[in-house]
Write a protein of this length. Structure first.
Length: 241
């Protein structure tokens, strides 16, 4: 609920500080070079791009890091409660820019400080965990595991996706005439993907290939190749049969 034009509830899930602390710990203390080198880029996407999901695989690599994210979030909420902070609306996406931008007039610095508090506490807890980690699970494995968990959460069994992929018919490159990018609504990610692919095909001289975008429920029957995300794979495969 809003009180005096602000609400502390807008600060619970959107604070990027907790994830920032985890990524900083990997950047400084990870023993795996691939993970260490990937952390700065992930930090930029997380902190400035507002895509918090990018740090989830890093936590999956060592579930003890949940203590860091929880600790950072709790510390920030205690800070916010003590100083009666709140945001005027939900920051979307959850970048530090949007987070601070939704601060009521006169409380910008304190709202920014709440993110710093979350990051500091999260980092202090995450640093020794990352340093003592044996690195048994790679970042790639954790990313794949996260995708499988998301698919299962949406009711799509990974085995179903793999079975559907095995049943697809191969198409020779020279015979491809129509490619369709598909997503839930047929806009957004599919439209951008189709635009990028269309340009790349033009650059290599394949102007004979038609590239479209569509929703997974309206895939053209004459589509030879369908590009979609894993969660929608089974549904899109059914629409093409």
């Amino acid at each position: 609920m809003l009180s005096a034009g602000k609400s502390i509830f807008y600060m619970i899930e959107t604070n990027p500080g907790a994830g920032t602390g985890v990524l900083l710990a990997y950047w400084l203390f990870s023993k795996d070079k691939v993970t260490k080198d990937s952390a700065p880029g992930a930090l930029i996407v997380h902190l400035l791009g507002g895509i918090h999901e990018i740090y989830f695989p890093y936590v999956l690599m060592n579930p003890l890091l949940l203590l860091a994210t929880i600790g950072g979030s709790v510390a920030a909420m205690i800070f916010n409660t003590l100083f009666k902070l709140g945001l005027a609306g939900p920051p979307s996406p959850g970048s530090i820019i949007a987070y601070v931008g939704m601060a009521p007039k006169g409380s910008t610095f304190m709202v920014l400080l709440s993110a710093v508090v979350a990051a500091a506490v999260s980092f202090v807890i995450a640093a020794p965990i990352v340093r003592l980690s044996n690195g048994k699970q790679s970042l790639a494995d954790s990313t794949e595991k996260m995708k499988e968990m998301k698919a299962e959460a949406k009711g799509v069994a990974v085995s179903e996706v793999k079975t559907a992929a095995d049943n697809l018919t191969a198409v020779a490159a020279e015979d491809v005439k129509k490619i369709v990018f598909a997503c839930d609504a047929g806009m957004g990610s599919s439209a951008m993907g189709a635009t990028v692919l269309r340009k790349k095909l033009t650059d290599v001289g394949r102007t004979d290939i038609e590239v479209q975008h569509a929703s997974v429920s309206e895939i053209p029957a004459d589509a030879q190749i369908v590009v979609t995300h894993q969660e929608a794979f089974s549904k899109s495969q059914k629409e093409c049969t």
